[in-house]
Design a protein around this ligand. Structure first.
Ligand code: NI
Length: 273
């Protein structure tokens, strides 16, 4: 990854750090500035409009079966900075990195990002899940997802919601959305029966962000508003460690073993050619 050249302008207070440690998420009012957010919004809209990365499987529908010609319910781009390099070296990212180091340790590095777009009036729900459920089961992670909206967000257009304290849980059973292995996105399996009555809704102004580690349960509602909802998710982490090296028991994520997504087929075809 190219170097980040800005200086951080935001630091957490000890009260914010204590809140994160006990709740497993944190909302930070501002990581950037209006000019940078406007620049990022323009680049973001451009890569979705030109369907950047579609043919190699970097752009796909997170919540649908993703056939050619079908409108995506929840369009996602992996590594948007590959298609819009100006999204990489931002004040938002250096601030997020600085905060992640305060929360997880100085060995944390910026690891890339993805973009999840909810079109106006029909962007789908992102169901309750833990991010670690998408990853390899053989590793132990010290990682953070930083969710940066590029316009104001509230419950109506799909801001983040968290269940406090769930960062201390193991990975719960997941399945493909609707139990359809053609769909990339994951949701909690019905037998994971969780209590969402304590969910905390995190509205933000454009350029604010939420921080959550790999096991915190989170959700965003469908976009019921008249405006598109753009979110850039920046990833940060220390190198993952093999669980066997730490004496931890092996685990399996069966929900990742049976995927048959159109995205993976395009990715295969793209890497062979
Ligand atoms: Ni997530």
């Amino acid at each position: 990854m190219p170097e980040l050249t800005h200086q951080p302008t935001v630091s957490l207070s000890s009260a914010q750090i204590a809140f994160f440690r006990s709740n497993g998420f944190l909302s930070v009012p501002q990581l950037s500035n209006p000019a940078e957010i406007a620049m990022m919004r323009e680049a973001y809209d451009d890569i979705f409009q030109r369907r950047a990365g579609r043919e190699v499987g970097d752009q796909f529908d997170l919540a649908g079966t993703d056939e050619e010609g079908k409108e995506a319910a929840l369009p996602q781009i992996l590594g948007p900075e590959k298609y819009a390099p100006q999204l990489w070296d931002t004040i938002a990212r250096i601030n997020a990195l600085h905060i992640c180091r305060q929360l997880l340790g100085d060995d944390v590095q910026a690891q890339g990002s993805h973009a999840i777009f909810k079109p106006a009036r029909h962007g789908a729900t992102t169901p309750w899940h833990q991010d670690e459920a998408y990853w390899g089961p053989d590793f132990q992670y010290r990682s953070m997802s930083v969710w940066l909206p590029l316009q104001d967000v509230d419950e109506e257009n799909g801001c983040m919601q968290f269940i406090p304290g769930t960062h201390k849980q193991e990975i719960l059973p997941h399945q493909s959305i609707g139990n359809d292995p053609r769909i990339h996105g994951l949701e909690l399996a019905p037998d994971a029966a969780i209590d969402v009555s304590h969910a905390v809704v995190c509205p933000l102004e454009a350029g604010g962000a939420t921080f959550h580690p790999s096991r915190t349960l989170h959700f965003t509602a469908a976009n019921e508003s008249e405006r598109p909802r753009r979110a850039l998710i920046m990833m940060f982490g220390a190198p993952a460690i093999k669980r066997s090296d730490l004496g931890l028991p092996p685990r399996r994520f069966p929900w990742t073993e049976h995927k048959q997504t159109a995205r993976a087929q395009r990715h295969e075809a793209g890497t062979k050619s």
